[in-house]
Ligand binder design. Structure first.
Ligand code: ADP
Ligand code: ASP
Ligand code: MG
Length: 411
């Protein structure tokens, strides 16, 4: 059972979580609980690091931001004990959850779940595990798994103890055809395939961290997204509650061409104007960006205004925008261009569905519908099961709702 930030936002909510846990324990299930920091806590910790020094040691950043989860794990263990459930808290390093040393975005390497299983079997002790944190296997420093990383902790623990299910309790009762905060007519999906969920998560639906879905897919963990806000007493632990199961494609009966619409405003656009159109230019541009660890996403090349040279437009994550500009300015000599243009008020809207593998013309309908609304498309990318469109940020909501209706997803 994993509980996110809003689900543990204060002591009342933590008491509510304890009742969910007690219900499952009383029903005879063996459970491990993974908790996030209380809502807003991690943001505050990140902000303190930034205020302390804009350029700071990533290892110390992790020492600071990992602390939010420590508090919740301890509090939940206290509350569980007070309602008669045997429980103890675990920090990432105590289990240990061993990770790479990519501080701020480490990947889990190994978890030994044997001790957790033994303690539950011998004394019915519920493990309350601080999500988001790990330990670098060589340096023994505390690491964190990247924002939203408690989902990944939960799926990794589920795999390590061979859990029947990994329930992700959050502030929505499942995965919807689009973010229900933006599309009031979004519908809850009963099931979604790992592959689609992976696209959903990487294209902006923050309901699950991307890495948690990858892990679930590799280890075949049944991930179930459900609400923590339902009254624990109203739930029969032997009934199927409302929620969304992330599972393999074969288990999905109902097939749609389009499964959902995701969007992200966390991108920035860079255009390099009047580059000489000759072999090696793309390498001169994207090589230095890759070396700087900047992830380039959509790429469009077209003829410049002068008809002789070429313009290259691409997107980078918004937090890397300034750095990307600096890298390109430094490489101006080797690339050879007239001017750099940038835009941060843009959004990427993506249409996802495994049905696209076998249907043609799905994207063409979107182009028409957006044109009818006067929405200009700045760039397009496609893959087998999705396509993404880059538009002005001001039109995000309109575009998402338009596409949601267009593909028959409205409830
Ligand atoms: P937690 O704190 O429990 O980890 P998050 O805030 O990380 O929760 O994720 C849940 C949020 O994800 C929801 O409140 C919702 O606004 C957002 N979200 C975005 N896209 C979707 C989607 N397609 N289905 C459900 N929720 C979505
Ligand atoms: N507390 C961390 C964050 O806010 C991890 C998580 O909630 O999943 O990113
Ligand atoms: Mg989350």
């Amino acid at each position: 059972m994993k509980f996110g930030g809003t689900s543990v936002a204060d002591l009342d909510r933590i008491r509510n979580v304890a009742r969910h846990v007690k219900r499952e324990v009383d029903a005879g299930h063996q459970v491990a609980v993974i908790v996030s920091a209380m809502a807003g806590a991690t943001n505050q910790l990140v902000e303190w690091c930034r205020a302390a020094a804009t350029l700071h040691d990533a290892r110390e950043y992790d020492a600071v931001v990992a602390s939010g989860e420590q508090v919740t794990a301890g509090l939940l263990a206290i509350v569980l004990q007070s309602v008669g459930v045997t429980a103890r808290s675990w920090q990432g390093w105590q289990i240990p959850i061993l990770t790479t040393n990519a501080h701020g975005g480490a990947r889990i390497d190994a978890i030994d779940g044997a001790e957790l299983i033994r303690r539950f079997a011998e004394r019915g002790e519920v493990a309350v595990i601080a999500g988001f944190q790990g330990l670098h296997k060589d340096t023994r420093r505390v690491t964190t798994l990247g924002r939203g990383g408690s989902d990944t902790s939960a799926v990794a623990i589920a795999a390590a103890v061979a859990a029947d299910r990994c329930d992700i309790y959050t502030d929505v009762d499942g995965v919807y055809t689009s973010d229900p905060r933006v599309v009031p007519r979004a519908r809850r999906l009963d099931r979604i395939s790992y592959e689609e969920m992976l696209e959903f998560a990487s294209l902006g639906a923050k309901v699950l961290q991307v890495r948690s879905v990858e892990l679930g897919m590799v280890h075949n963990v049944r991930i179930f997204v459900r609400s923590s806000f339902e009254k624990p007493e109203d739930i029969d632990p032997h009934d199927a509650p409302p929620g969304t199961l992330i599972c393999s494609e074969e288990e999905i009966v109902e097939q749609h061409v389009v499964t959902g619409i995701a969007f992200s405003k966390d991108e920035a656009q860079i255009s390099i104007r009047r580059v000489e159109d000759k072999p090696g230019v793309a390498a001169a541009i994207f090589g230095p960006l890759a070396e700087a660890n900047i992830n380039v996403d959509m790429i469009v090349q077209n003829v410049s205004g002068d008809g002789k040279t070429t313009d290259l437009t691409f997107t980078v994550p918004a937090p890397d925008f300034q750095r990307a500009n600096d890298v390109l300015a430094r490489s101006k000599g080797s690339i050879g261009y007239a001017r750099l243009d940038g835009a941060t008020d843009i959004a990427k809207v993506s249409v996802i569905g495994i049905g696209m593998r076998s249907h043609v013309g799905v994207a063409a309908r979107a182009f028409r519908a957006l044109a009818d609304r006067g929405i200009n498309i700045r760039a397009i990318t496609t893959s087998e099961i999705k396509f993404s469109l880059l538009i002005d940020a001001a039109y995000t909501e309109l575009a998402v709702r338009t596409l949601h209706s267009l593909y028959g997803l409205d409830k």
